[in-house]
Design a protein. Structure first.
Length: 188
């Protein structure tokens, strides 16, 4: 019953992600879907998959979405949908019926694994420690990719801020030079 409730809540979150007017709100709803899927995986005993889904799906992907939205902007697109709404709704309903028909007829729901069976440290560093290390590498690569996107294309001293600071120092130097030529005392 808990699993069905979590799946239903994930479907509601997914629907809210589709219907959200702002992209940032949609990204946060999708993070919720990923977190709920991680809970379902954990209840079914797939703890490694749950940890990876939670850290990559709800963590890294959400951070990348939010960064991309902040760079590209959150303005809604002005345009018509590619598919008419009735056709889209019909395709989604057909997909749900096919998926439900594949899942419901004779497949029993496996029992939930008791939570005290293995701790998080055992799951992360137990027999699948290599997976966890590869996950750290993927997250590190994502962070390096973000830093690469944030980096300026030119040298640091070629930027607009550097030119503005240099122009301000040039003005200050010019003012000091004029004060010295006029014989005024230079403030220290």
């Amino acid at each position: 019953m808990t699993v069905l409730l979590l799946v239903a809540l994930a479907v509601v979150f997914a629907f809210l992600a589709i219907r959200a007017r702002r992209l940032i709100t949609s990204a946060l709803w999708l993070a919720g879907v990923s977190a709920l899927c991680a809970l379902v995986f954990s209840l079914y005993g797939a703890r490694q998959v749950a940890v990876i889904e939670l850290s990559v799906g709800a963590g890294l992907v959400t951070v990348l979405f939010v960064f991309a939205i902040s760079v590209a902007g959150d303005e809604p697109l002005a345009g018509r949908p590619v598919l008419p709404r009735p056709l889209s709704a019909g395709l989604v309903l057909l997909w749900m019926l096919v998926l439900g028909g594949m899942l419901l007829p004779g497949l029993p729901i496996p029992p939930a694994v008791p939570p005290d069976r293995a701790g998080l440290a055992e799951v992360l560093w137990g027999p699948r420690g290599l997976d966890a290390l590869l996950q750290v590498v993927v997250i590190f690569a994502g962070v390096l990719g973000l830093l690469g996107l944030l980096a300026e294309s030119g040298a640091p001293l070629d930027g607009a801020v550097a030119r503005e600071v240099a122009a301000g120092r040039e003005r200050d130097l010019q003012a000091l030079t004029e004060q010295l030529q006029d014989g005024e005392a230079v403030p220290e």
